[in-house]
Design a protein around this ligand. Structure first.
Ligand code: GLY
Length: 315
C-alpha cells in the first residue's frame, strides 16, 4: 500500500520491543498494536493509553502471547470514523463491487465488549456514499489489482476491503481474501445476477463483459449466538421455530453453529444462526429480522438488539 500510495493508517513494523516502545512513546495514544500473523481475531489491540500500547507490544514481542503471529508487529495510527466493508469480485484485471456493508464485531449493544466474528451486518451502509464507493474503487481496488498484476500474481477472487471512512477520505483497515461472515449473508440475497455467472466470469478473466445487478433494497442479518460466546458457552440445545421460514425468499435463516441429532436441529457452536431479512429499506429489514429472531428459540440464546443502529440513527 505504501509503495503504490493506497491510503491506510500511518504505521511502522517492528520485531524489537525497544524500537516499538520508542515509536509508541513518540506517537502517543490512542494507537493500535497489531500482530502481523493470523491470531484468530485477537491480533489487533486498540490502545487508549501509551502504557496499554507498551504492554501490548511487550506481550506480543517479548512474552510471545500470540506465538509466532506476534513476533512481528505493526504499530499504527488510530483512525477515527465509521468502518465499512466493500467487497470486490476480481478477475485479475477487472472487478465488480457489491453493495457496501457494515458489520458489528463487538458482542454487546452499542459496540461494547470483546470482538467476535460478527454479531450482525447490514447493507447498504449509508456511511459509504456513492462518492466514497467510487473513491474506494479508484484509489484502492484498481491500484491494488494493477500492482498484483505487475508483480506477476494477478488477484482472482473476492477482495474484502475493510475500510475506515475518515474526514480525509477512505482508508484501508485490512484486506481479506474471502467474503465476510456475516456480510456474505446480506450480500447474497441482494445480488440479482446469478452468482455462478459472476464467479465463472472472474475465473475466465471476463468480468468486464458481465452486468452485475444488486437490488436497490436493504438487507439485515442478526446473529443468534450461544450465551457466553466469544468465550465459554454450552451447546446441544434444541432450536425451535425454524420451520416457519422454510419457504421465504425475504427471510433466510443461515445455519452456522448447528447440528442435527435424532431429527432435531441443535446448537453446536458460538454463532448459531444468521437470521437475514430483505425489505425496501433498513428500518423495515431490521423489524422483519428481529420479528423472526423472536419466533426462534433455544436455551441460552443471545443476540444483539441494535443491529444497524448507525444507519437507523441517520434515518
Ligand atoms: N465480519 C468480519 C469478517 O468476516 O472478518
Amino acid at each position: 500500500m505504501e509503495r503504490i500510495g493506497v491510503p491506510t493508517a500511518r504505521h511502522q513494523s517492528f520485531t524489537d520491543s525497544q524500537a516499538a516502545s520508542a515509536y509508541i512513546r513518540e506517537q502517543g495514544a490512542p494507537i493500535v498494536v497489531k500482530a502481523s500473523g493470523l491470531a484468530a481475531g485477537k491480533g489487533a489491540v486498540v490502545c487508549h493509553s501509551v502504557d496499554q500500547a507498551l504492554a501490548a507490544a511487550h506481550d506480543m514481542l517479548d512474552e510471545g502471547t500470540l506465538g509466532g503471529a506476534g513476533h512481528h508487529i505493526v504499530v499504527e495510527e488510530y483512525m477515527t470514523g465509521e468502518e465499512a466493508s466493500l467487497f470486490a469480485i476480481c478477475d485479475g484485471e477487472h472487478f465488480i463491487t457489491l453493495t457496501p456493508a457494515q458489520d458489528h464485531k463487538p458482542i454487546y449493544d452499542g459496540d461494547k465488549g470483546p470482538n467476535t466474528g460478527g454479531m450482525g451486518a447490514y447493507a447498504p451502509a449509508p456511511a459509504m456514499t456513492p462518492a466514497l464507493v467510487r473513491e474506494t474503487e479508484e484509489r484502492i481496488i484498481r491500484p491494488v489489482l494493477a500492482e498484483m498484476r505487475r508483480l506477476g500474481t494477478p488477484y482472482q477472487g473476492v477482495l474484502y476491503c475493510g475500510l475506515m471512512c475518515t474526514e480525509s477520505g477512505v482508508k484501508v483497515v485490512e484486506f481479506n481474501a474471502r467474503f465476510g461472515d456475516p456480510e456474505c449473508q446480506i450480500l447474497m440475497p441482494l445480488l440479482k445476477t446469478d452468482l455462478v455467472d459472476v464467479l465463472t466470469a472472474a475465473c475466465d478473466g471476463r468480468l468486464d463483459q458481465v452486468q452485475v445487478e444488486c437490488a436497490p433494497e436493504a438487507a439485515v442479518c442478526v446473529v443468534m449466538a450461544s450465551d457466553g460466546y466469544p468465550q465459554f458457552y454450552e451447546k446441544g440445545f434444541e432450536i425451535r421455530g425454524l420451520e416457519a421460514f422454510a419457504d421465504r425468499d425475504d427471510l433466510v435463516v443461515f445455519h452456522a453453529g448447528t447440528a442435527q441429532r435424532d431429527g432435531r436441529v441443535i446448537t453446536d457452536g458460538g454463532r448459531v444462526l444468521g437470521v437475514t431479512a430483505t425489505d425496501a429499506d433498513i428500518q423495515a429489514a431490521v423489524a422483519k429480522a428481529y420479528s423472526a429472531v423472536d419466533q426462534i428459540a433455544f436455551d441460552n440464546a443471545y443476540c444483539r438488539r441494535d443491529i444497524a443502529y448507525r444507519a437507523l440513527g441517520r434515518a
